[in-house]
Design a protein around this ligand. Structure first.
Ligand SMILES: Cc1cc2nc3c(=O)[nH]c(=O)nc-3n(C[C@H](O)[C@H](O)[C@H](O)COP(=O)(O)OP(=O)(O)OC[C@H]3O[C@@H](n4cnc5c(N)ncnc54)[C@H](O)[C@@H]3O)c2cc1C
Length: 385
């Protein structure tokens, strides 16, 4: 993993220094408090704007940093070493906002790029998680407007947003496979009549990262609040979800590397029976497996990024990365707790927090089971099954 260009090496040094100065010092406090104090979040936001990490994922034409996928993956891997509660203050606005028309760019995209506004991506509902097509949120045409009703939950972000990108059913299409819901993405401002947003239940992974419950009660939206075209919400989100899964893979690799370092440190310093515990094969082989699987995961991420750059990445590539990297991370975290013994479960050790944080990665952005379903489908569908 060291054939970086000079620019990438510089980027890596910059982000590592930023993490050491602005992020790591707050990890323990934020986890204990269960929230990110406003001044810490704002400080991360301000400093990341100053050094060009903010909105680095978006093209320069819209004011972003214009980093290519190969460079973004380096950043995401470093961010993965810490908590979402902290690194999400370094915004990477969702690329779905690039579908904004000119007026929407002024109102939503550019302010997000500059750190003046925050968005949420609202797809999941209480009764529609993995099965997103069972979505009940809907918008019905009323003159030139749309009337939105329904609810969303588990919609996450670092702080209360300014608006949400909300997916809702706006009709039904006939397809060769039968009837299919037509889903549209809307830009819905926080504060408008009928839109209620409140914090959801506390999550034990990434304490301090917020998740919100959204409810819409006859929310009136003008036609110009549609993002993209009416009915193309799923293709918009699908495009973004694919790369999102690659970023999850990269963050998992970063976190696993950090955990492996902790495991090595403990295995070489903790002595039992007069020897470092790493010298017992049962411990040493765990370390070897961690190293092998982390290497494999990094290579899978790199392979998928190469395909994405070449425009040939398929759903199954993203699914393979997501499931392999998140399960690799969970095994690394769990084995490291084992290597730490009783100390692995004590709050004063960072491994306990990293272990808790790791667990979410197998669930969000599509569970491991759903990723396996995507991989299976990609093999069987061409065979007519
Ligand atoms: C902290 C957090 C933040 C999140 N942030 C966001 C966000 O910002 N925006 C957003 O839209 N969503 C967000 N989510 C939602 C997340 O993507 C969903 O939780 C995830 O997709 C799983 O849905 P579910 O929780 O409803 O589980 P369910 O769909 O109810 O699944 C429960 C179990 O059943 C299994 N299962 C379901 N269907 C199948 C099947 N066909 N085959 C095999 N097994 C199956 C699942 O794999 C899982 O093990 C977030 C979730 C969390 C926890």
């Amino acid at each position: 993993m060291n054939n970086y260009t000079d620019d990438q090496r510089l980027l890596l040094e910059t982000v590592q220094k930023f993490m050491a100065d602005e992020i790591y010092p707050h990890e323990e406090k934020v986890d204990k408090l269960g929230y990110v104090p406003e001044e810490i979040g704002k400080q991360i936001e301000k400093k990341s704007i100053e050094i060009g990490l903010f909105s680095a994922n978006l093209p320069q034409e819209v004011g972003g940093g214009g980093l290519d996928y190969g460079s973004m993956v380096l950043l995401e891997r470093e961010y993965g070493k810490t908590s979402h509660a902290l690194h999400s203050w370094i915004a990477r606005p969702t690329e779905i906002l690039l579908a904004c028309n000119d007026a929407q760019k002024e109102e939503y995209l550019y302010p997000c790029v500059k750190g003046e506004k925050r968005e949420l991506f609202a797809l999941t509902e209480p009764d529609a998680g993995s099965d997103i097509m069972s979505m009940k949120s809907n918008a019905v045409k009323d003159g030139n407007d749309w009337i939105l009703n329904g609810s969303k939950h588990f919609i996450s972000g670092p702080c209360l947003p300014d608006f949400a990108i909300v997916f809702a059913v706006t009709g039904e299409d006939d397809t060769p496979r039968g009837k299919r819901k037509r889903i549209t993405a809307f830009l819905v401002d926080v504060g408008i009549e009928g839109f209620d947003i409140r914090e959801g239940t506390k999550c034990i992974s990434y304490k301090g990262y917020k998740n919100f419950q959204l409810s819409f009660n006859d929310v009136r939206l003008s036609e110009d609040k549609i993002l993209g075209q009416e009915g193309n919400g799923l293709s918009l989100s699908g495009k973004w979800l694919g790369m999102g899964r690659i970023w999850v893979g990269a963050t998992c690799c970063g976190k696993a590397e950090r955990i492996l370092d902790l495991a090595l440190d403990w295995a070489s310093s903790r002595k039992q029976f007069g020897k470092p515990i790493g010298s017992f094969q049962a411990t040493g082989f765990k370390l070897a497996d961690m190293k092998m699987n982390l290497r494999a995961a990094d290579l899978l991420v790199r392979d998928a990024v190469t395909k994405a750059v070449d425009g040939i990445m398929e759903d199954q590539d993203a699914a393979i990365v997501k499931v392999f990297c998140s399960e690799m991370l969970n095994k690394v975290a769990d084995d490291t707790v084992q290597i730490f013994g009783g100390m692995g479960l004590m709050e004063e050790m960072p491994i306990e927090r990293l272990w808790r944080d790791s667990r979410l990665e197998r669930i969000w952005d599509g569970t491991s089971e759903i990723q396996r379903h995507i991989i299976t489908r990609s093999m069987l569908r061409p065979l007519g099954a």
